[in-house]
Design a protein around this ligand. Sequence first.
Ligand code: MCN
Ligand code: CUN
Length: 782
Amino acid sequence: MSFGRMHRKEDARFIRGRGTYTDDVRLPGMLYGAVLRSPHAHARIVSVDASAAEAHPKVKAVITGRTLEGLGLAWMPTLSRDTQAVLATDKVRFQGQEVAFVVAEDPYSARDALELIDVEYDPLDAVVDARRALDPGAPVIRDDLEGRTGNHIFDWEAGDRARTDALFEQAEVTVAQDMIYPRVHPAPLETCGAVADFDKVTGKLTVWCPTQAPHAHRTLYAMVAGLPEHKIRVISPDIGGGFGGKVGIYPGYVCAIVGSIVTGRPVKWMEDRSENLMSTAFARDYHMRGEIAATRDGRIQAIRVKVLADHGAFNGTAQPTKFPAGFFHVFSGSYDVEAAHCEVTGVYTNKAPGGVAYACSFRVTEAVYLVERLVDMLAAELGLDPAELRMRNLLRPEQFPYVSPTGWEYDSGDYPKALRLALDLAGYDELRAEQADRRARGELMGIGISFFTEAVGAGPRKHMDILGLGMADGAELRVHPTGKAVLRVSCQSQGQGHETTFAQIVGQELGIPADDVEVVHGDTDQTPFGLGTYGSRSTPVSGAATALVARKVRDRAKIVAAAMLEASPDDLEWAGGRWSVVGDPSTGKSLAELALAAHSDLELPEGVEGHLDAAIVYNPPNLTYPFGAYICVVDVDPGTGQVKVRRFVAVDDCGVRINPMIVEGQIHGGLADGVGMALMQVMAFDEDGNHLGASFMDYLLPTAVECPSWELGETVTPSPAHPIGAKGVGESATVGSPPAVVNAVVDALGPYGIRHADMPLTPANVWRVVQGRPFRTDLAIP
Ligand code: MCN
Ligand code: CUN
C-alpha cells in the first residue's frame, strides 16, 4: 500500500533551502529588467521620453509601448479572450500598469534608470466603483476595443428564470441581501518573475517562470511572440506558492522575452512585493444580491441572484472561457432547491486585471459564501437553528448523482453525515448552551456554520476550454529495467506535494514503494501536454491520468507475467502488488521482476515490445464535487470590535485520500486563508483609483496568532468519476471557511439585531456595525 501519511519527498530540498525558484536561475551574461509603472489609475499618455535612461552607462535597452507596437507586441491575449496591454501606448488604465521596461547590467541600475524615463500623462477621471461603471457618462476605459462605448464586458445567466420567479411570487417567506465579496489577493511568498533566454542561433526561446500551467504559457507565448511553439520551452521550477495567481501571464514575462530577443542575452525580471500586490492576481470583487424563498416550516424552494462583477481594466480571468462567470453555477449550494436563477454582469473598472483566481475554483468561493449567508439569514427570519435548517434542506445521499438547477451533475456525497459529524466534533448543543449563558452576561459569542459543495477538476472538454484548448491531460510512465519508475505529468505543484502524492498513486497501482517513483513536471520539453494546476484539478485530472497510465503499465506487465509463468493472461490475478496464477500466490511476479523480464531476451507475446512504458491522454468525464461542513466559534469584543476565532471544526470529504497528511496541510492552509479573508483582507482603493494595499503593512495576512488550532474530521465518499475515487481538495477550505467565520460573527452580533455584515470583519468594521453605521468594504477604509 502506498496511500498514507508519507512525509513529502520534496521536503528534503525545501527544508534545507535547496529549492530552485525562478530567482535562483542564473545564466552566463544575464541582464536584469525592471518595469516602470503608472502612478495614475486612468490617464492619457502624452509622451514617453526614454533618452536619458538609454544614455545610462549600464542600460542595454529601454522598451516602451511604442517599441512593442513596432513589433506587433503591444497587446497580448488574456486567458478569457480579452486583450491586455503589455506596455501602455495610448492610455494607462490602472495604477501600477506597465509603461516601460529597462534592461541593464544589474538590477540596481535597471531600477535607477526607471527614474530617468520621462512620461507625460494627461489624467482622466477614474471608474473605481463597479456600481458606477455602467452609468451613462462614465469614462470609457477600454476605448482601445473597437466599437466600445461603455464599460460593460458580458452578461451571463444560468438556471430557470420563469420557474424561479414563480416560486418567489408564491413563497411564504423570502429573504434578500446585498453583499460584497471584496477584492482580495493571494499574496504568495514568492512574487512573479521570469528569466528569458532567446538563442539567436537555434531560434529557441527558454523561459523560466513560476507558472501553474507551463503548457498553457508556452502556447500563449507562441501566440504573443509569433515564435513557433516547438521552439519555446517553458520551465516552471520550484514555486513559492501560487494560489491561482500564477495561472495567467503577466506583461513582465513578455517584456523579459522581448528584452532577451532585443539584447541577445538572457534577461531576468522579478517583481517586488508592492508590484505583486498592485498589478497581479486580483480575485473576487463580486457585488451580489441574493434572495432565498422558503416555506414557513423551513423548506428552501428557490434562490435568485444578481451579480455585478468587477474585472478591472483588462479581463484577465483565469477561468474556462465558456463560462464568463466561471463555476458560479453552483450557487444553489448543497441544498435541494426546486429552481434557481442567476445573472452576472461583468464590467471594466480602473483597477488591475481582476477575476483572476485565488484558491477559488473559479467563483465557487463567491457562490458558497452567498448561499451560506442567505441560509443563515433565513434561519434568523424563521427563528430556526441554522444547523437544523441546513439538515432539513441538504441533498440526501440517495439523490446522487444529483443534477443541480443549473444543470451540473454532482458526483457523490453524504451531506447529512458530514454535518452531523461536524456538529458532534464541535459539541454543538453545549456550545449553544454556553452562548446563552454568555449572552445573559452581556458577552458576544458566535457560532457559525457553513456547508459547501465544491466543483473541481476542470474538466470535461465539451464544457470547458482555456484559449480554445480542451482540458485533457497527458501522463507518461517509464519503468526502468530494475522496476524503478519515472512519471511525467502536465500539472505543476506550487507547494501541494505532487512529487509525493503522484508517486504514491503509481506506487499504489504497481505495488512498488513511492520512493521508487520520480515525478517530472513543470518542463514543457519533458512532459506531455496538459493545462496545468488550478481549480484543484491535479488530482481529479492528472491524478486520474496517473492511475490509468500505471494500470496500462500493469496490463503490459500482465502479458509479460503470462509469458514467464507460461499461463494464459486470463488465468492471472493482481494481488498483493504482484501478478500470480489465480489461487497460487507463490507464482507471484513483482513489477521489478516483470520489468527486467520485459527488457530481457524473453520471447514476448504481442502487446509488449520490449519494455513496460506507457502513455495516455485523459479527458475527465465529469468534475469532482468535494464537500464539507465547517463550524466556527468566535468571541467578539463589543468595545473594540475585535474578533477572536476561538475554535474551528472542519469536516472535509474529498473522496479517497492519497496522503491524509498532505490533505490536512491543504485544509489548514485554506482555513487560514479563509480566516484572513473574512477578518482582515481587502484590496482597497481611494476614489481616484489609488491603491491602498500595496504592502503587507496595509494588506494583512493571517498568521498563527489569528488562527486557532484547527480541529479536523473526515468522511470518505469516493468519486465514481475517478479511477481511485479521489476528489480534489486544494481549495476546499478557502471556499468553505469564510462564510463560517462571517456567520459566526453575525451570530455573535445577533443581540444587536444585526443580520449581515460585509467582509472583512476588521475591528473597525465590526465596531461600526455595532454602532449601526453603514460601511463599505470595497472603497477606502479610513
Ligand atoms: N490530495 C490527496 N488526496 C485527495 C486529494 C488531494 O492526497 N483526495 C493531495 C494531492 O495529491 C495534492 C494535494 O493534495 O498533493 C492537492 O491536491 P488537489 O486538490 O488535486 O489540488 P492541486 O494539486 O491541483 O492544487 C491546486 C490547488 C489550488 S487550485 C490552489 S489555488 C492552491 C492549492 O491547491 N494553491 C496552493 N493549495 C496550495 N497549496 C500550496 N502549498 N501552495 C499553493 O499555491
Ligand atoms: Cu481558483 S485559484 Mo487555484 O484554481 O489555482
